[in-house]
Design a protein around this ligand. Structure first.
Ligand SMILES: N[C@@H](CCC(=O)N[C@@H](CS)C(=O)NCC(=O)O)C(=O)O
Length: 231
């Protein structure tokens, strides 16, 4: 049976998984979940993911949420040469570290600053900006200490998929990352050396950039967590 990915077209975690599927050359059905319509908040979607979050992978009835877990699963099950997620403990630990760093700090702070104020009633506060700068400082330091071309070594790993989609959110809102030279260099290298993968990310970035100019009207939404912008 074919793999199914429930994905949101401008969702960084979804785009990270789409990159892995493309890299591994896997055949899959893409189900576009309409975030604005609240398709992920239905009882039907809750059966797939009780967290009501996108992405979700369906591998022949095996349902998996959380994009990091999906990336690890895909690379372990379908990776042919082991480069995306090597089994050597230290190499794997560095990748796991970057995935945790992205979830706890890097994407978290970037999305709070870039995405949340586009979709919901949040402001780009000085504190939120400070957190983004801290996250970029941290990542720049990791790249410096490892001295690697990519996030966790000299080839693309599943860590890059997440960190790239997070960084793309900054480009979408015209946030200049030049002050973090190693992050900037890594980002540019990734784009130029992986054009097929970047194209997947770029599609989402263009949508976010459009929303940055014209924020979507989600006033119909009754969101359990986020304050909805009322007209
Ligand atoms: N930790 C989750 C986060 C996924 C996530 O935040 N997805 C967003 C879309 S980009 C979502 O589904 N948000 C639900 C909502 O805000 O209602 C993962 O990495 O898969």
């Amino acid at each position: 049976m074919k793999l199914i990915l429930y994905s949101v077209s401008d969702g960084p975690p979804s785009l990270a998984v789409q990159q892995a599927l493309a890299y591994l050359d896997l055949d899959y059905d893409l189900v576009n979940v309409d975030f604005g319509a609240g398709d992920h908040m239905t009882a039907e979607f809750e059966k797939k993911n009780p967290q009501k979050e996108i992405p979700v992978l369906d591998d022949d009835g095996f349902l998996l949420g959380e994009s990091n877990a999906i990336l690890q699963y895909l690379a372990e099950k379908y990776g042919k040469d082991g480069t995306l997620y090597p089994s050597d403990p230290k190499s794997r630990a560095v990748i796991n570290h970057r995935l945790c760093f992205n979830l706890s700090t890097y994407y978290r702070y970037i999305s709070e600053y870039s995405m949340a104020p586009i979709f919901f009633d949040y402001q780009r506060t000085p504190l939120a900006l400070k957190k983004v700068k801290i996250a970029l400082d941290n990542y720049n330091t990791y790249l410096k200490r490892l001295g690697s071309k990519y996030a966790a070594g000299d080839n693309v790993t599943i860590a890059d998929f997440q960190l790239i989609t997070a960084t793309m959110c900054l480009e979408a809102i015209n946030f200049d990352i030049k002050s973090w030279p190693l992050v900037d260099k890594w980002y540019r290298t990734y784009k130029s050396e992986n054009p097929k993968l970047w194209k997947i990310v770029e599609g989402g970035m263009k949508e976010i950039a459009e929303f940055e100019k014209n924020p979507p009207d989600l006033s119909h939404m009754d969101h359990p967590i986020h304050p909805v912008r009322r007209k």
